[in-house]
Design a protein. Structure first.
Length: 222
């Protein structure tokens, strides 16, 4: 979705998700471990983002969804991408990147990229499991790897890729009242496209990041 010619933050809100929030008792390390150990039957939410990609095949990639254990409750560690990047410059994302031939698994890709981008060592990370693959408009087939992150840790961001790192309460993101649906007209006249947005303070979380958070939301509510 990097080729869009509008500012998504100024598009009108057309709807807000009416699903109930994930119960607080589900948002604990113990319950999350149990949920991934005994995953329920559920249906991922398919977004329209993949329709932007006109290539022949999607390239594999992985992101880490880092859930940080804080005294006040779990938070989600997110990054703001550097403004000089070719794709999704300045947008909010999870740490991660494309699969390399040296990676032995999708989990390894997520861990390696996280360490390279924000300096978070894998000894702080307890992998819980994967969410379903997500196809992006820039041609990536992304595996979201959900994990618990144990403080204390110091982040060292790569300025070529990451402008900033910050945390959002997991409970905020797992509340449907914070999931906005916004719509735009395609510049080529092919119709409307919609996307999710989850604004938090000065951060505008949208696109693939919001889409993967929606699937975590459905997974935990199933």
């Amino acid at each position: 979705m990097s080729k869009l010619i509008f500012d998504p933050e100024i598009l009108p809100i057309v709807s807000v998700a009416n699903e109930e929030a994930v119960p607080p008792e589900m948002l604990t390390p113990e319950q999350l471990k149990q949920r991934f150990k005994e995953a329920p039957i559920w249906t991922p939410e398919i977004q329209m983002e993949e329709s932007f990609f006109k290539g022949l095949s999607f390239r594999p990639a992985s992101v880490l969804i880092p859930l940080v254990l804080r005294d006040g409750g779990l938070t989600v560690l997110l990054t703001q991408r550097a403004t000089g990047l070719n794709h999704h410059a300045g947008q909010i994302s999870f740490p991660g990147g494309r699969f390399e031939t040296s990676d032995v698994s999708t989990v390894e890709t997520a861990l390696r990229e996280t360490e390279e981008e924000i300096g978070l060592g894998r000894h702080h990370i307890d992998v819980l499991g994967n969410l379903p693959e997500y196809k992006t408009g820039t041609g990536y087939l992304v595996t979201p790897v959900v994990s618990l992150v144990h403080p204390p840790f110091d982040l060292i961001t790569d300025p070529a890729e990451v402008a900033a790192a910050f945390e959002v309460p997991l409970a905020y993101l797992m509340n449907g009242q914070h999931h906005q649906r916004r719509v735009f007209q395609m510049p080529d006249g092919s119709g409307q496209r919609s996307f999710y947005a989850m604004p938090y303070q000065q951060h505008f979380i949208w696109g693939a990041t919001a889409g993967m958070l929606r699937n975590l939301f459905h997974f935990l509510r199933a």
